[in-house]
Design a protein around this ligand. Structure first.
Ligand SMILES: Cc1cc2nc3c(=O)[nH]c(=O)nc-3n(C[C@H](O)[C@H](O)[C@H](O)COP(=O)(O)OP(=O)(O)OC[C@H]3O[C@@H](n4cnc5c(N)ncnc54)[C@H](O)[C@@H]3O)c2cc1C
Length: 391
């Protein structure tokens, strides 16, 4: 007979979400038995390690703003908090800012979001074209009315954050199991555990889907249909001949093209397109940068007419096709089956708040942040959330 082990909570997927959740659960209740099943401990295709790793408070949905503010605060003491023995992680936090360029057409919506963010106490300001040029002389902001600038936003080392959560969770008693979940066990409207590709199974009263772009595949194993698709997104690393004087913020043009400086004098560039393919495709396309994105980039930053494409990569967004927002909480039709899915292009910055929130739901504790708007019941009720600022 194949082996059957018993846990309180089994987490499917050990990327940043699964690892953050394992840390929060074991930190809140040391006696809790938590297992994280991750089929690829090298994380070669996990979105966590293929990300642009930007964090920003510039969203138009209040809860997304609150989530990022929470992350920004958590990261201040993160390295100390995550220390295990003598080993303290280094997450290389950089607050170079986020700048959304705004034209006349987009101005009313941008000003409404700005007002909401400022009302919540966020540090974000309107910059006119002269103000933009003064800060970033390489930019040709002529065709824009201005931009909204969040100086406390920035980026960090995603792999370091992932490993920090994982190592701390393990030190608190979580088990990380290198295996593939090949089935979910259910009985009379309740989850009962997971089956493993290696042959055994794990019993648990709670199973949490943290499978990223593979979330719909996992849910389907329990007969649950999620509107979450894997969508290919590409990032290009460039070596410009003219180096900016200092770091450039993540700058988002009206077309959706975005770029920021990276260590080593490099520049990272990307753009989500409506026809980006759905599926598990990790190939990247040099022609896309050379023939499409470069022109657009050089129009806004003429100095970038001369540069070298050093490399590129493709990763997957887990796109919630209903409203682009996260699905957080218990699936209404299957007791004990929780979701932390559908983060599209902003899941890394949401991992601290989401891990904490799902742990509070499972342990029935008071919430640090009320994230109930993201409840997955809205899928069954077909009530999409609106959010205009997603990249
Ligand atoms: C190009 C790109 C740019 C991005 N830029 C940003 C950004 O700037 N800011 C931001 O906040 N976010 C960004 N994101 C999004 C962010 O990376 C993701 O939202 C986040 O990493 C999701 O974490 P996760 O743990 O849910 O998924 P993942 O990191 O993908 O982890 C899921 C894990 O589940 C495992 N798994 C799947 N199926 C099974 C199974 N059957 N059994 C066992 N294990 C399984 C996988 O191996 C994987 O390791 C970007 C993503 C991409 C691709």
């Amino acid at each position: 007979m194949s082996e059957q082990k018993s846990y309180d909570v089994v987490i499917v997927g050990g990327g940043v979400m699964g690892s953050s959740l394992a840390y929060h659960l074991t930190g809140a209740e040391s006696s809790l038995k938590v297992a994280v099943v991750e089929r690829d401990p090298t994380y070669e295709r996990a979105s966590t390690t293929l990300s642009m790793v930007n964090f920003r408070i510039q969203f138009s949905l209040k809860e997304n703003v609150e989530i990022s503010r929470y992350t920004s605060r958590v990261f201040e003491d993160f390295e100390k908090e995550m220390q295990v023995g003598d080993t303290r992680p280094n997450i290389a936090l950089c607050r170079e800012g986020n700048l959304f360029m705004v034209d006349e057409e987009a101005r009313p919506a941008a000003e409404a979001s700005l007002k909401m963010q400022q009302g919540l106490g966020c540090e974000v300001a309107w910059l006119d074209p002269d103000g933009i040029r003064a800060r970033y002389p390489l930019y040709d902001a002529g065709q824009y009315s201005g931009g909204t600038f969040g100086p406390q936003d920035g980026h960090f080392d995603a792999y370091a954050v992932l490993m920090a959560y994982k190592n701390k969770a393990v030190s608190q008693g979580a088990a990380f199991i290198a295996d593939e979940v090949s089935g979910l066990n259910t009985s009379r409207g309740r989850i009962g555990g997971v089956q493993l590709a290696s042959g055994g199974s794990l019993q648990a009263g709670y199973v949490v889907n943290c499978a990223g772009a593979w979330a719909a595949e996992i849910a389907a194993q329990a007969g649950v249909s999620l509107p979450v698709d894997p969508v290919k997104r590409q990032v290009f690393a460039l070596d410009p001949e003219v180096k900016p004087d200092g770091p450039l913020p993540l700058t988002i043009l009206r077309s959706g093209l975005y770029f920021r400086t990276e260590t080593g004098g490099l520049l990272l560039v990307g753009k989500s397109k409506p026809d980006d393919p759905i599926g598990f495709d990790f190939t990247w396309d040099r022609k896309r940068f050379m023939e499409e994105l470069w022109l657009e980039l050089a129009e806004f930053v003429p100095a970038f007419e001369s540069l070298k494409l050093v490399r590129g990569w493709a990763g997957l967004y887990a796109v919630n096709q209903m409203d682009g927002n996260a699905l957080l909480g218990e699936w209404p039709e299957l007791a004990g089956f929780y979701l932390a899915n559908g983060f599209s292009g902003h899941g890394l910055q949401q991992a601290p708040a989401v891990g904490r929130y799902i742990s509070e739901l499972i342990l029935d504790k008071a919430h640090a942040l009320d994230l109930s708007v993201f409840d997955p019941s809205r899928v069954l009720e077909n009530k999409p959330l609106s959010e205009g600022g997603l990249v």
